[in-house]
Design a protein around this ligand. Structure first.
Ligand code: MSP
Length: 475
């Protein structure tokens, strides 16, 4: 029977254009989706944009345009960035889609009927950058550590979601891995947060925020942007807001994100699912944060790297490779332009690109005919599959690049270009060509165009030298 595989990325805020942090998560999800499709699994890959809330309304006002026009424009930028990056998402959800809005309103009604949302009053601190309520303990010198801003004091009538009711059940599910939080350090971190701080009820409505989905039955309120946003993972599958009606692809096999939004995903989101009589997520995988030359990426530091910039310099597959090999998936990593340039030259231009060129050139020059098919190295395939199952993308690339290095060494040692006899040359080159083909097959999810090109080239009866895969950087 086919396995079901549903992978999601966070839906990104449209207050700013996409950068390589968003790209990293999206490429990782794309690799998983492509890999699972290649294994024959029934796969669904969802990404999208998060378009409501005070932060976005403020940006639209600064730009002097209506919020809807503003979000339309930025959402299009995200869609274009992903299409340029070869992202194979099955759907793109926008929280301003009318079907999403209706389903969210219905879900809120259901939660009101069930008594898990009740009208009350909320007082506390709110960070608009995070669009989240904060405790004093979350702050450093009175500021939000992520946004370096002083949170606002909020005191307003609000419909409260009874998150505290779910504390015990959430701890049970996370502890037992019914909701798997990975890497395991993140599981421990979230469990100790819940048990030490306890879960407080959260305001699911905002009185003063106009740019949001109207709260059902109370026109003075809009729905809290996170309550609206989380439901994308269901509405993106066509869910209409009814409790207990589970879309075919739900629960998500893996939901990717970084540590900034783990807490809300492991608590509010899972509690909403329980409240709606739906299965909780199978796995939340928390990858690391990119720093650029030691600094957090930010507009004010002028160190934001845009996805288009990477494509321009390294090509789509080059950029995908550099992102995924930059750091171990699940841990923070420091990147930068020089780091990318050096890695491009070493691993792609001098590594894979050069090996493919040398081998195909010699096979063509000596008119050596071959009939190769991919997938002959069981040991390699199983090592890669096992790393893929653990989402160790960088590890997969290391395994494959070790093979490439081994082939380079073999060629340097045997020097087939100095050999006289075609049989001798063929004996050296054909196994190397077979290895290249096996590597390319396992690279399909990572570098789809390059891998397909190499497969086509090396499955031909007469392998010929093709175009250079990774032209050297010139400046
Ligand atoms: N809109 C919310 C998510 C709602 S999901 C129901 C949000 N959006 S965001 O635009 O801020 O995206 C945050 C996510 O973008 C992170 O969790 C991570 O996936 C990705 N990244 C943003 N910056 C990043 C880095 N510097 N490094 C790695 N990933 C980063 O939060």
């Amino acid at each position: 029977m086919k396995n079901k595989f549903y992978v999601t990325t966070p839906i990104y805020y449209v207050n700013a254009e996409p950068h390589i942090g968003h790209t990293y998560t999206t490429v990782a999800a794309d690799i998983l989706a492509r890999w699972h499709r290649q294994q024959g699994d029934e796969t669904f890959f969802l990404t999208g944009t998060d378009e409501h809330g005070a932060k976005i309304a403020e940006k639209a006002a600064e730009a002097g345009v209506e919020p809807q026009d503003f979000v339309d424009k930025v959402s299009t930028t995200f869609q274009k960035a992903w299409s340029d990056f070869g992202i194979s998402n099955d759907s793109f959800i926008r929280t301003t889609d009318s079907s999403h809005k209706q389903a969210v309103q219905r879900a809120v009604e259901v939660m009101l009927e069930k008594g898990v949302i009740v009208k009350d009053k909320y007082e506390g601190l709110y960070c608009q950058g995070c669009e989240q309520f904060k405790n004093e303990k979350d702050l450093i010198n009175g500021k939000c550590p992520d946004h370096l801003t002083v949170p606002q004091w909020m005191s307003e009538e609000a419909y409260m979601f009874k998150l505290s009711n779910f504390q015990h059940e959430l701890v049970r599910r996370i502890e037992s891995d019914e909701i798997k939080v990975r890497p395991v350090e993140r599981k421990n971190e979230i469990l100790s947060f819940i048990t030490q701080h306890g879960l407080r009820d959260v305001a699911f409505s905002r009185e003063k925020v106009k740019w949001g989905i109207p709260f059902p039955g109370d026109e003075n309120h809009t729905i809290y942007v996170w309550a609206d946003a989380f439901l994308n993972y269901l509405t993106g599958l066509g869910w209409q807001g009814e409790a207990g009606v589970c879309p075919r692809m739900w629960p998500a096999t893996v939901q990717l994100m970084s540590k900034d939004i783990l807490r809300v995903h492991a608590t509010i989101w899972q509690a909403m699912l329980i409240a709606l009589d739906l299965p909780t997520s199978k796995e939340l995988f928390i990858h690391g944060f990119f720093l650029v030359e030691g600094q957090k990426m930010s507009k004010s530091l002028d160190n934001v790297i845009a996805p288009a910039e990477l494509i321009k310099r390294y090509g789509v597959d080059g950029a995908r490779y550099l992102l995924m090999s930059a750091t171990s998936f699940g841990h923070d990593g420091d990147i930068g332009r020089k780091f990318f340039d050096d890695k491009f030259t070493a691993d792609l231009a001098n590594g894979l690109g050069n090996l493919v060129a040398r081998v195909s050139n010699l096979l063509e020059k000596n008119s050596i005919a071959t009939k190769l098919r991919a997938g002959t190295d069981q040991d390699l395939t199983s090592k890669v599959s096992s790393a893929m199952n653990d989402l160790k993308f960088d590890e997969v690339l290391k395994i494959l690049w070790q093979k490439i290095a081994l082939m380079d060494e073999l060629l340097s040692e045997k020097k087939p270009w100095k050999m006289e006899s075609v049989t001798e040359i063929s004996d050296v080159l054909v196994p190397v060509a077979q290895t290249i083909l096996n590597v390319a097959d396992l690279l399909l999810a990572f570098m789809p165009t390059t891998a397909q090109q190499v497969i086509k080239q090396f499955e031909a009866n007469q392998i010929v030298k093709g175009e250079s895969l990774f032209p050297r950087l010139v400046d």
